[in-house]
Write a protein that binds this ligand. Structure first.
Ligand SMILES: Cc1cc2nc3c(=O)[nH]c(=O)nc-3n(C[C@H](O)[C@H](O)[C@H](O)COP(=O)(O)OP(=O)(O)OC[C@H]3O[C@@H](n4cnc5c(N)ncnc54)[C@H](O)[C@@H]3O)c2cc1C
Length: 525
């Protein structure tokens, strides 16, 4: 398949926000009435989770005209916003599987990729802990599995060494398996960074755009129908809609597969207890799950979880936490590290894994129609594998659809130095930066020490956040111990002033999630 290679060479793509009529009074802020260019895109990606964003990033290294279509109002709003934030080595994957291959090769490249993308990442290492004789025996088998997965840099530790490395683990520990390259990362920045680079290379991004039907599926130019009135014409469609990939595949009658959300609940501890652990602490895995871990976060907290609860097909919004789920996490993680029981929890949240009954990493090229690719079941490791998976999909399209892609030698593959988030490289510690603008000294979020200068920088960044959640994921303002109790209003005011909109139009995650309810607005008038 020949592409037209119509890349606007050297030109950045555009970002547009759509809004369905009647979603909210001020939805007009998100509504862009300019008609879309009628010229067909080479490739339309449906879903801007970490996989869709990585695909946009990798495709932007070629001369191709690509559009990323997302129903939410920011990238990474689906499963990608709520995970354990670990860059896995793949030591415990099913050896010989596609997942193992992609995760293990991605993990080796991640240190370099994180530097390119300016995404904070730290190699803490992980220890799989054994607390019984039986578990201790299993360590050798896990080590062998790790070697089978190409992760040979690991070692079995005796109980004394584990206690020396991690003095706060349960003193009854009998040994462990140390996997030094397991790492923690800023999970939000990954999708944002991939999308920003793609955007700068010419990828167009459409937010608030729900794909609801796909027609002309057997023609070389297909039509993707978005919301009520938008039509996007393209040669190739890649369905990376995560939990919604079945609903999207139904629109083109793709091959049968069955998915259900597998919920994972988490507890987030205050930064005051960060010193309790050094490594990611893992239990002995079961067939179904890696088990409930205790992990340091890149932001300086401790995270425990996740649960693994299979929910019925379609419960894609069931990301609430439950008392039973949180108690289950406490029971197993407090057993591993008893001191955690006295520590303050500042938040609880849940993410939904895309569990595919036909197996993880279910990928179909030319899915019942030439030029339509279905990617689903990216269940537990998609953050890690994202860009390797994207390369696998591109190679598959070359081989199986005869796609002819030419490298764009002018494409960027990295973000500028200034893209490091302020919480990672605080501007108030940089005298020159502070002198350049006093706003870097005006704190808005006191828990995380985020200044109004950092909020402004984020609001002016290439993929400018339009909602307070999007701003939160870029800066960490609102993510600290107070969870927005103190900084919530100043943050909303900052968005209002920057976007020059009324306070009542500021939303948490797009139309319909206004911070000020319509009732309050009415009463105030
Ligand atoms: C509890 C838990 C822990 C995890 N821990 C880790 C970990 O430590 N390390 C790791 O590597 N991975 C981890 N994962 C897995 C990882 O988070 C996922 O594999 C990854 O986020 C999947 O990304 P995605 O892009 O496939 O899906 P999503 O992020 O869900 O993206 C799909 C996107 O498609 C959009 N969409 C859906 N339908 C439409 C439509 N009709 N039109 C337009 N847009 C649409 C959605 O809004 C969404 O943004 C974990 C997952 C969970 C749930």
């Amino acid at each position: 398949m020949e592409l037209k290679n119509t890349t606007k060479s050297g030109q950045a793509g555009w970002v547009r926000y759509c809004c369905k009529e009647g979603d909210c009074n001020e939805g007009v802020r998100f509504k862009n009435t300019d008609p879309l260019n009628e010229e067909p895109y080479d490739i339309a990606i449906i879903g801007a989770g970490v996989v869709g964003c990585a695909l946009a990033y990798e495709l932007s290294q070629y001369q191709s005209r690509v559009i990323l279509i997302e129903k939410a109002f920011d990238v990474g709003e689906g499963t990608s916003k709520a995970n354990s934030a670990i860059i896995h080595t793949g030591f415990d994957a099913a050896a010989g599987s596609l997942e193992s291959e992609l995760v293990s090769s991605a993990s080796r490249e991640w240190p370099d990729m994180a530097q390119k993308l300016k995404v904070p990442m730290v190699q803490t290492g992980a220890i799989v802990l054994a607390f019984s004789e039986d578990q201790q025996k299993q360590l050798a088998a896990i080590q062998q599995k790790s070697v089978d997965n190409g992760v040979t840099d690991n070692e079995i530790l005796d109980a004394t060494t584990v206690r020396k490395l991690e003095p706060n683990v349960n003193p009854n520990v009998r040994g462990g398996l140390r996997v030094p390259r397991e790492s923690i990362i800023d999970p939000f920045a990954v999708s944002i960074a991939f999308a920003e680079v793609a955007l700068s290379n010419g990828t167009d991004i459409l937010f608030g755009a729900e794909v609801n039907s796909i027609t002309e599926t057997d023609q070389s130019v297909k039509t993707v129908h978005v919301n009520k009135d938008l039509k996007i014409r393209c040669n190739i469609i890649i369905n990376v809609a995560g939990l919604w990939s079945r609903a999207v595949a139904d629109q083109y009658k793709g091959e049968a597969f069955h998915i259900n959300p597998r919920r994972g609940q988490f507890l987030l501890y205050d930064k005051t207890c960060r010193k309790l652990i050094e490594h990611i602490l893992l239990p002995i895995p079961t067939k179904k799950t890696k088990g409930k871990l205790i992990a340091p976060t890149i932001f300086g907290n401790i995270l425990t979880g996740p649960t693994a609860e299979d929910l019925p097909y379609g419960s894609n919004d069931a990301n609430d936490t439950t008392q039973e789920g949180l108690e289950e996490i406490e029971a197993s993680t407090h057993q591993m590290c008893p001191s955690l029981a006295d520590q303050p929890v500042i938040a609880a949240y849940a993410g939904l894994r895309c569990n595919c009954q036909e197996g993880s990493y279910f990928i179909r090229f030319n899915d019942m129609h030439p030029g339509i690719v279905t990617v689903t079941g990216i269940r537990s490791t998609g953050l890690t594998s994202s860009f390797m998976l994207a390369r696998y999909i591109i190679d598959g399209m070359k081989e199986q659809s005869g796609l002819n892609l030419i490298r764009n030698t002018k494409a960027k593959n990295s973000r500028d130095e200034s893209s490091w988030p302020g919480w990672w490289k605080p501007p108030y510690e940089n005298e020159d930066k502070l002198a350049s603008c006093p706003d870097y000294g005006k704190m808005i979020c006191y828990c995380e020490n985020i200044s109004s200068g950092e909020l402004r920088d984020a609001l002016c960044s290439p993929l400018s956040p339009q909602t307070t959640d999007a701003l939160k994921r870029r800066t960490r303002a609102h993510m600290g111990r107070c969870q927005g109790f103190n900084c919530g209003v100043p943050i909303i005011e900052t968005v209002r002033d920057h976007s020059e909109i009324p306070m009542a139009s500021v939303t948490k995650r797009g139309p319909g999630s206004n911070w000020i309810s319509p009732q309050v607005q009415k009463e105030a008038r």
